[in-house]
Design a protein around this ligand. Structure first.
Ligand SMILES: [Zn+2]
Length: 338
């Protein structure tokens, strides 16, 4: 691989980084402040996940292979044996690959960054000791590690390689653009096992595993160990849910108020018509009383009116209905008015 160099060789031109003092991970990536885009939620999540290094070698291998397969990594022959070759588009993930391989196999990865028009690509070559090689040649159908600890780390690696997640303030959506249908199926199984509702869709010839409900996305973030991401996601989600609930309530009440006012207006009109055409004193006392109450309290609904008049709701309803019926020409049956 032309242009590759060992991480250690960069030591001479470093600006320094907290965890990898020998490497300038920002080389070739800095842009003028005016051209910097706001950091997306997805980037924040990936930065957090990239900073987590599992303690056990089995988990480290699982995560490294997750990144390898999800980014269509390949095995290449080198002078001293086989190496896993990664092409990545994210600095923090590239850094993680180097750190994982150093922890796992005590090997120094060769690292090379290339700046293109819009983004930087990171190429990493990890020399593989023979004991680790089988982990990088598994077909998708047998790739899911049997141990739960390794599955979580494998999933985290896979997400770092080909996943993204929308900010919780927008549409709930997490997806992984799997390299093949086989891999999409494996990830789908893994998610179903973790009680996450997920689906697969084909988009522009690629198989995309997606999760669309807030609970499922929170579960995925939790599965990958992104505690900060879970907290931020849940905070926004709670505010969003409460807001939706309040809106639903307001809509419901507005509709009810409209209904109450609508029928109250009709009743008041009926009462006014009765007064004009025949005089309210021609009505039985119970209806006269009702007419007076309704005219004075057009804003009250049935229950409120009933409470004020010390009557049952059905009695009030019956009297108001009678007033409307009489005003529309229905025969007056004075004895039926309760
Ligand atoms: Zn493990």
């Amino acid at each position: 691989m032309p242009g590759l160099f060992r991480c250690g060789q960069l030591a001479s031109n470093v600006s320094g980084s907290r965890s990898e003092p020998g490497i300038d991970w920002n080389a070739g990536r800095r842009r003028p402040a005016s051209r910097r885009c706001p950091i997306s939620f997805s980037s924040e999540v990936k930065s957090e996940l990239s900073g987590l290094i599992p303690a056990r070698p089995c988990c480290q291998l699982a995560e490294l292979t997750g990144i390898f397969y999800s980014t269509r990594g390949r095995l290449i022959r080198t002078g001293s044996g086989n190496a896993a070759y990664f092409s990545l588009l994210r600095n923090s993930v590239a850094r993680k690959v180097v750190r994982l391989s150093r922890n796992l196999a005590q090997v120094d990865a060769k690292y090379h960054a290339e700046r293109h028009a819009k983004r930087t690509a990171f190429f990493i070559e990890v020399p593989l000791p023979p004991a680790l090689e089988p982990g990088f040649t598994i077909p998708a159908a047998r790739a899911l590690p049997p141990k739960p600890c390794d599955r979580k780390n494998f999933f985290r690696g896979f997400f770092l390689g080909c996943g993204s997640v929308n900010a919780p303030s927008t549409r709930y959506h997490l997806e992984l653009v799997a390299p093949t249908l086989g891999w999409a199926t494996i990830i789908l199984c893994l998610l179903h096992e973790a009680q996450v509702r997920a689906g697969v869709v084909e988009r522009a010839g690629q198989h995309v595993v997606y999760v669309k409900d807030a609970e499922g996305i929170a579960r995925c973030l939790q599965l990958m160990g992104g505690n900060r991401a879970v907290m931020e996601f849940e905070n926004v989600r709670v505010v969003r849910d409460v807001r939706a609930q309040v809106n639903r309530r307001i809509n419901f009440e507005t509709a009810n108020i409209d209904k109450t006012i609508g029928s109250a207006m009709r009743q008041v009109e009926a009462i006014n018509r009765l007064e004009r055409e025949q005089g309210l004193e021609t009505l039985p006392p119970s209806l006269q009383e009702m007419a007076r109450w309704r005219r004075e309290n057009p804003e009250l609904n049935l229950s409120e009116l009933a409470a004020q008049m010390n009557l049952s709701k059905s009695a009030v309803n019956h009297r108001l209905r009678r007033l409307v019926e009489i005003s529309e020409g229905a025969p007056e049956v004075s004895t039926s008015a309760r």
